[in-house]
Design a protein around this ligand. Structure first.
Ligand code: SAM
Length: 227
């Protein structure tokens, strides 16, 4: 355990040195929520390697550097109301829960993240991981098609999609607050994908920024790839 804590801290230090991680509250959250706590038994020994890892059902949990890049790009703050599309094992959502609703924040000022997963078994896995690790008061896992968003709790300050879409799903843009950020990988299945950050201004105009090349599993569902 001590060895894996040291290896995790070392990985976080490397992400800081490489300027991938720079915000104090995001660094603290990534330190406090190690990936191993959310992994299936067979992947635990690889938890501190900076690469995606299998979580079952042919899906993966993202690499730590990618979670760091997305969390920084979202400019997350305490109190934010967030939607994640693609819960996987629940680790990324838990890191966001730790940023937007730190334990010492008074309840009215605390944020919440709703995370939607289309694969029933993974939604169950994510929910169990979230509950077992004490995030049930700040992270809610929903089984469903996240390409449609989650209207029940919209609008959101921040939306992230952790699977690559052929294009930006219109329901996600509709469910984003004015001044909010949507971070989403766009591209074909398994290659030529770009991480995009979309900002919605007061007139509802969208600004798109290209944050670089990425490789994600495909988004499925109504506005996803036909796989
Ligand atoms: N954020 C995850 C974590 O912390 O483990 C990793 C996400 S994994 C790279 C992408 C996930 O998106 C997969 O679990 C996949 O089943 C899910 N997914 C794909 N299309 C979806 C959709 N339309 N709605 C919800 N989840 C979807």
């Amino acid at each position: 355990m001590k060895k894996s804590t040291e290896a995790w801290d070392q990985l976080i230090r490397k992400l800081i040195e490489d300027n991938v991680l720079h915000s104090k509250r995001i660094i603290n959250a990534m330190k406090n929520v190690p990936r191993r706590l959310f992994l299936p038994e067979r992947s635990i020994e690889y938890s501190t390697i900076d690469a995606p890892l299998p979580i079952g059902n042919g899906q993966t949990v993202s690499a730590p550097h990618m979670v760091a890049i997305m969390n920084e790009a979202l400019k997350l703050e305490t109190g934010h109301h967030v939607l994640e599309v693609g819960s996987g094992c629940g680790w990324h959502a838990a890191t966001i829960g730790e940023i937007i609703a730190p334990k010492d924040t008074p309840r009215p000022g605390r944020g919440h993240i709703y995370t939607v997963e289309i694969v029933k078994d993974l939604a169950k896995l994510a929910r169990e991981n979230i509950m077992r690790n004490g995030f049930g008061d700040r992270v809610t896992v929903i089984h469903g098609d996240g390409s449609l968003g989650y209207t029940e709790r919209s609008a959101y300050d921040r939306i992230l999609v952790t699977a690559a879409a052929p294009d930006v799903p219109p329901p996600l843009v509709n469910q984003l607050k004015i001044g909010g950020f949507l971070v989403i990988p766009i591209g074909s299945i398994h290659m030529f994908q770009t991480l995009i950050r979309i900002t919605k201004d007061v007139d509802g105009n969208l600004k798109k920024e290209n944050l670089g090349g990425v490789a994600f599993v495909p988004l499925t569902g109504s506005f996803g790839h036909k796989v």
